[in-house]
Design a protein around this ligand. Structure first.
Ligand code: NAP
Length: 268
């Protein structure tokens, strides 16, 4: 098994990484291979996993991820630093359950009809830093609305708890193969009118944003993409997925509760 470890540089993380390397080295058949791994173990937070995802996105169909969190329980990170021994045992003794989640494919078309593709784990947003963004929004190629405001965000189900949630989007269970578009501070008056609520589109549908303003920016998982002569941006569910090795992972709604409400222990 070829394993890569991706991590942040927190003191606690570095301790966990040192221990993880030590116990993995005792396992027969383990090769540390940061270039072509079968399994990528991340140690840190969700941000660490997102960075690892982008590092290995070209090999995404042949990689499984395992996330260890050294801060708070994350949405992509199941294991706690103290459970590393259990995690390694589970990796070698049991056939792990595999969880696959949808990814967002972003296709940018330039004025000269050149196409560029990006893959997002959380979301992609189109915004203007100063002044408002004017854009036409199409669903399946049909004009849906004329937007004016700070921007628009299209997120995956796993990304629904990230930026999407902060701008009023719904939290979507990651088993649902759907994309959500959320408005960022839209202007709604007699002149400009949008739906004003997030929309969730079906797996075979796509959203197109045609910006009518210059100087807008596009982000993919928080990273700014350099845009030159962008004509339109299409958002659809990718035919690629991210795969996690899971060993009895935390229930999704318990994770949501723990992250945003606080743990409550009661059942009906
Ligand atoms: P970052 O520092 O890596 O992440 C910002 C925060 O978002 C961190 O607390 C991170 O958790 C959390 N996060 C990331 N993915 C999440 C998910 N799927 N569900 C819930 N929380 C999540 O920031 P970045 O490098 O600029 O951008 C990475 C991502 O962070 C973006 O894709 C965006 O969704 C999110 N973000 C959100 C806001 C906002 O809500 N206003 C602002 C900036 C970025 P960890 O602490 O576990 O890493």
């Amino acid at each position: 098994m070829r394993i890569a470890i991706a991590h942040n540089t927190n003191e606690e993380t570095l301790k966990v990484v040192a221990h993880l390397k030590k116990i993995l080295a005792t396992k027969e058949g383990v090769v540390f291979d940061a270039k072509y791994p079968d399994v990528v173990i991340t140690v840190g937070g969700d941000g660490t996993l997102i960075n690892a995802f982008h590092r290995y996105e070209k090999q995404i169909s042949s990689i499984r991820f395992i996330g260890i969190h050294t801060g708070h329980l994350g949405f992509y990170t199941d294991w706690q630093g103290q459970d590393v021994d259990k995690m390694v045992d589970a990796l070698f003794l049991r056939e792990p359950e595999s969880a696959k989640y949808p990814l967002l494919e972003v296709e940018l078309t330039t004025e000269s009809n050149e196409r560029k593709h990006y893959l997002a784990l959380n979301e992609s947003a189109v915004k203007r830093v100063s002044h408002t963004l004017e854009a036409n929004v199409y669903i399946d190629g049909k004009l849906f609305e004329n937007f004016r405001g700070d921007g628009l965000c299209v997120s995956t189900p796993t990304g629904s708890t990230a930026y999407n949630k902060s701008i009023g989007g719904a939290v979507i269970h990651p088993k649902l193969k759907a994309l959500q578009m959320t408005e960022i501070a839209s202007i709604n008056n007699r002149v400009f009118r949008t739906l004003s609520s997030p929309i969730v589109i079906a797996p075979d549908q796509w959203i197109t944003i045609v910006p009518n303003s210059d100087h807008f920016v596009m982000t993919v998982d928080g990273n700014r993409i350099n845009l030159h002569n962008a004509k339109k941006i299409d958002f659809r569910i990718s035919n690629k997925e991210i795969r996690f090795d899971r060993f009895g992972h935390t229930h999704f709604w318990s994770r949501v509760q723990s992250a945003f409400i606080g743990d409550k222990h009661d059942t009906i």
